[in-house]
Ligand binder design. Sequence first.
Ligand code: DGL
Length: 294
Amino acid sequence: MNNNQPIGLIDSGIGGFTVLKELQHRMPEENIEYLGDSLRMPYGELDNEEIIAYANSDIRFLEARGVKAILLACNTVSSMVDSLTARVPLFSIVDAGCQATIETVPEGDVGLIATRATVNNNAYPRMLARLTDKVHFVQQGTKTLASVINNYPEEIELLRTHIHLAIDPLITERDIHVLLLGCTHFPIVRESIEAMYPQFTIINPAIKQIAILKDYLSKNGELTDQKGIGDTRIHTTGSVADFRIFADMVDYLDIDCERLERNTLDIDANRKVPAESYKRRKKKKIEAIEALSE
Ligand code: DGL
């Protein structure tokens, strides 16, 4: 192993940028390879078999690029971590989120918004139960919020509608003061959430996830010995132009456009559904989102 091998990140789209941002900030010397599988998002609406297949193909892509570790910068993928196969260590954002939760809240209820797959897999409560019996998640799955953020990051009113749809059921149910953002797309709209729900202390698990990775690499003598800013490469399975526009719109990272590459991960070759139907499916989902907000 060479210490200067990159750190990999996977997400279904631009959500993992919220983890990438923390990684670049906290471990600036490291080289990074990011994969956003925008063509096949939202992962949160897939069945578990599909999530595992897609995540494994994302992992193979990063392994082929020589990564030394992979941050699962997607909660939906992390909810299936025990079923994934990898030659390098995988770091689950769900595990990090649970650790961050017990460091923030000694006891009581914590609100959690996540994709429907993450909630249906009960990933957060299962992991939290291994750490404490004093804190409990009150969960709410959202069908649309990640897609709206991924596809319409500039549509403030549309975003507000879907933030309400995701969070209001939680606060009518219980008196919640702490909210965990259990989908990596959500910190992109953190400021809107804070303005709409000033009562919340917000937990973004990305910060803990980077701390866990750093600790692991440090203990194993695998931190880079490079000086200066490392090299970040970004790959998307979707449209490079769209990815770049969305990255600019969310104004989240200073992305070097020359580093943005399209890669299809051989989607056509090894999936039960041919590539065209992913596009059709994505179009249908966008139409459904538009209909919902009319
Ligand atoms: N960003 C992903 C997560 O953290 C999910 C978005 C999606 O549904 O594709 O769960």
